[in-house]
Design a protein around this ligand. Sequence first.
Ligand code: ATP
Length: 398
Amino acid sequence: QLGRFGDEIGLPVYTVGGFVRDLLMGNPNYDIDIVVEKDGLSLADLAARKLNAKLVKYEKFLTASLFCKDGLRIDVATARTEYYEAPTELPQVEVSTIKKDLYRRDFTINAMAIKLNQKDFGLLIDFFGAKKDLDSKLIRCLHTLSFVEDPTRILRAVRFETRFGFKIEQQTARLMLDAVHQGYLEKVSGQRLRQEFEKILEEKSVFEALKRLSDFEVIKHMFPGVFYTSSMEEKLRALFMFLPWAENFFEKLNRFYAVMYVFLEYHSENLLEEIRQRYGLSHCFVSELKVIKKMIVPLSKMISLHMEFSDIYRVTQSFSSEAFCYVASYLDSQAQQYLKEFLEKVKGTRLKVNGGYLVKNFNLKPGRLVGDILEKLYCAKLDGVITDESEEEYAKKL
Ligand code: ATP
């Protein structure tokens, strides 16, 4: 339909990018990217009216998003070329042809288009040998300055390589390594790097992707002071083994923070502060890390030795979900199982009595003592020493 709308107002319309790549690979992709030569906004206006879709326009960027009734989202852009006044800065933009629009993209496999106008409908537009690269499973950049202009593409290359089980083509790999060595990652804002890094953390093969980032020395340059040793690798392996369960269990869990616990545990105060600021990490995270890293070894022993839940509870009461993931990075699968049982037990354990009850029935003053009794009661319940029925009796004894 979009092609027909284009015909009505005389505009060439294409679908581009990841959508075309995934279509040719037979992968599902519900993010439809449309590029229109000359005037994307007019096509978006017309399509919104005809499809009865909600339209959000970004006039400055000559782009728009259509939100259709069936939940489909279609992004419409005007074909544009980008030129960089300085490396790593955001580019200047100019309206142009589909060829130039495709040339500004990251990799050949992401730089194909399919024509949607009725004449030529379905025609694959492949100026850069993308189909061949797709068949040979290669990630190849479009020109030698690609990673200098936008070093976040280094992370994107690794993301696509591991997601599809492709290989970064030799010359592309060399250009990536050169850009890293020349310090281009350091010139990009922490926010943009974090965004791309977080996308990698969402990938299925995240463990392999981080290893590849380390091969390209990206980890070292993004997070000075982090050494991707075999013991770091083991911790990450354990962390990613635990994460899917934890994400299901906790209401809120931020993967980036969970990884930062493992990455930054040995960092000096100054370096930690530098990285905190660069990537917008919270002060809370830093203070929690400082406390927990001191107790991580004995705590992981306690869990591995299956000590009483109450002992573990006393140490971990105030831990964030990410801090528990950090603890899990020190545990083998058996110990992780015990940690899960502990967390389930804590989640499912509630006291019948509360502070008010103790004050009223046992003639106590509100304060520390009441808090201590409640904690002892709770711990006894965690360990199975008391049940709902014996709770009040036990409270009396305390
Ligand atoms: P995903 O499946 O992860 O969403 P995608 O290829 O759709 O992959 P997006 O980040 O949504 O990735 O980007 C859409 C398209 O925009 C890409 O296919 C690529 O052509 C282009 N693109 C995105 N980021 C860049 C970049 N940093 N440099 C050049 N082109 C980019």
